[in-house]
Design a protein around this ligand. Structure first.
Ligand SMILES: Cc1cc2nc3c(=O)[nH]c(=O)nc-3n(C[C@H](O)[C@H](O)[C@H](O)COP(=O)(O)OP(=O)(O)OC[C@H]3O[C@@H](n4cnc5c(N)ncnc54)[C@H](O)[C@@H]3O)c2cc1C
Length: 420
């Protein structure tokens, strides 16, 4: 049998998605007996930098949801496009992929999944071992500066000052680095507006003072930005030394990422701390507490879903002395309490990075990519995977899952690409 001609594969970016793609590429080439030369060009001195620092050094690899429709709901951008890729490679496949290579993955009560070692180095070591096994060339300090389509259908890369490489297929997996967008634009692609996603809110208000670390299990949040339909979200909320954070708030930041950037991170957030859906029920709750505790000071009898520290701070915001007995609470006080419990309005003054995970929203226009192969619809032989695309997930392992899935699909197709 005649041996097939060697395929040269270039992967730009030695991050989560690029490395995962390179491994899948090598596996497919081996299965199909394709002679292949895979090179991963990484601009920095180290591969997998974000994987190393991810999830507070533990690497939240994916999320414990195995229904792909439900999984997709966690992507403010890319929800529709990811449905078919996840049907081919989803969280269950990620877990199995790692298990087959000796890395066990566990899940925590909130659905986040980590290596059992709680150490991102476990993931990195696994990838490096696999790459070495497949003889993939991992090339650090190799910054791809420009890219050109050749008349024979191949693609030429220009690296650092004076190096070049001609590839049959090229994957751009440069995350949210501007240089990646530039390379794609050189080959005819366009990008959507880039904005930070997954951030916490800076808020200065009496009701939050000295309460860092206090959380609410099911707060209902409404974000009001001038001239835009309000954004709503419900779930766990956390008070920080700086303002507000927690899963519900981070999801809200992702949903409103672009609008918040346009508004220079100035907005109003309305908080229903207890998450009780209608005001009548909050009133009933407070009336019950009042009736049972007529002889008790208001500082000592409060809804059991709240902490005492928060309740006392809420009373300060309402201008009510904690020493007052419940029997002394007048209609005005009562209304203040209800308003601040049910629709506490706070000014958002700015944003701050969420240390555990942050991503950019925006990237290569999704209608320019074939999601069956991750190949460009504009430039045959060019592929995309990971954060460079206009896809981003909420916190909890969704961003890595997208990086693995899109890398896996690109890796599946690059070695068997048909030249036109
Ligand atoms: C602090 C932090 C913690 C996070 N934690 C989590 C988490 O626990 N779970 C989760 O799901 N997500 C997490 N994320 C998000 C996740 O890390 C990213 O979504 C994911 O890494 C994207 O993968 P990628 O391969 O597309 O890009 P990246 O991982 O960013 O890799 C891109 C690589 O391309 C290289 N590159 C760029 N331009 C060039 C060029 N011209 N030539 C050569 N190389 C180039 C870069 O140096 C980089 O190494 C976290 C993000 C941060 C910042």
């Amino acid at each position: 049998m005649q041996k097939s001609k060697q395929q040269n594969i270039a992967i730009i970016g030695g991050g989560a998605s690029g490395i995962f793609a390179s491994l899948r590429c090598a596996e497919v080439a081996k299965e199909k007996k394709i002679d292949i030369d895979i090179r991963v060009f990484e601009a920095s001195a180290k591969l997998l930098t974000k994987v190393r620092i991810s999830g507070g050094g533990r690497c939240n690899v994916t999320h414990h949801i195995f229904d792909v429709n439900d999984f997709c709901l966690n992507y403010p951008r890319g929800m529709k496009e990811l449905l078919s890729p996840f049907q081919r490679f989803q969280a269950a496949n990620t877990i199995e992929w790692f298990r087959k290579r000796g890395v066990e993955i566990k899940h925590e009560s909130d659905g986040r999944m980590f290596p059992v070692t709680d150490n991102s180095e476990t993931i990195i070591n696994c990838f490096i071992q696999e790459a070495n096994k497949h003889k993939i060339k991992l090339l650090n300090k190799m910054s791809v500066k420009s890219i050109k389509k050749l008349v024979n259908g191949k693609i030429s890369l220009f690296i650092n000052k004076d190096e070049s490489f001609v590839a049959d297929s090229v994957l751009i997996a440069t995350g949210s680095m501007p240089s990646g967008y530039r390379l794609a634009k050189n080959l005819g692609h366009s990008t959507t507006e880039i904005a930070p996603s997954l951030f916490t809110f800076k808020i200065e208000d009496t009701v939050l003072e000295n309460l860092s670390g206090i959380s609410f299990s099911n707060a209902a949040l409404t974000l009001k930005i001038n001239g835009v339909k309000p954004f709503k979200q419900k779930g766990p909320l956390l008070i920080t030394h700086w303002g507000l954070s927690g899963p519900a708030l981070l999801k809200l930041s992702a949903l409103a990422a672009r609008e918040m950037m346009h508004a220079k991170y100035k907005a109003k957030i309305i908080i229903n701390w207890l998450g009780i859906e209608n005001q009548d029920d909050v009133e009933k709750l407070i009336i019950t507490i009042k009736n049972i505790n007529t002889k008790t000071s208001i500082g000592n009898a409060y809804p059991r879903q709240l902490t005492k520290r928060f309740w006392l701070q809420l009373l300060i915001k309402c201008g009510i002395s904690k020493e007052k007995n419940w029997s002394e609470i007048n209609k005005k006080d009562f209304l203040h309490i209800i308003t601040n419990l049910f629709r506490c309005e706070l000014d958002v003054l700015g944003k701050s990075r969420f240390k555990e995970e942050f991503v950019e929203c925006g990237g290569i226009n999704l209608n320019e990519i074939n999601f069956k192969t991750m190949e460009s619809k504009i430039c045959p032989g060019l592929y995309f995977s990971g954060e460079i695309m206009d896809i981003d997930g909420i916190t909890g392992g969704f961003n890595f899952q997208h990086a693995w899935t899109s890398g896996w699909i690109a890796g599946n197709h690059m070695p068997v690409r048909k030249f036109l």
